[in-house]
Design a protein around this ligand. Sequence first.
Ligand code: FES
Length: 98
Amino acid sequence: MKKPRVFVCVNRRDASDASCGARGSVQLADAIERMAEGRVEVRRSKCLGFCAYGPNIRRDGSGIHVMVDEADIPGIIDGSKESNIGELDAMAGQGGVV
Ligand code: FES
C-alpha cells in the first residue's frame, strides 16, 4: 500500500521573514520523519502559496495545513487533523500575517 505523502514547504526567501523555511520548516520536516517512523513519505517542497501563514504542509488526504507546529504533527501523520486552510480569515488577526 502506498504511503501518504506529506509535503513540507522548505522555501526560504532571503529578504523576508514571510517564508516557511525562515520559520523552522526544515526542523519540522525532520521531526515529522522522526515521529512518523516510516508511516508517511516526507517530501521537502517548494512554496505552497500561503507564505504568510507558514510553516505550511500539504498531506495526501487532508490538504493544506497552515501555521503548523510540533503539536500538530501526530494528527498530520495519522491523517486525523483536518486542513485548517478555511480558517485563514480568523488567523489574520492572530499574528498569522506578516
Ligand atoms: S514559503 Fe511556504 S508556502 Fe510559500
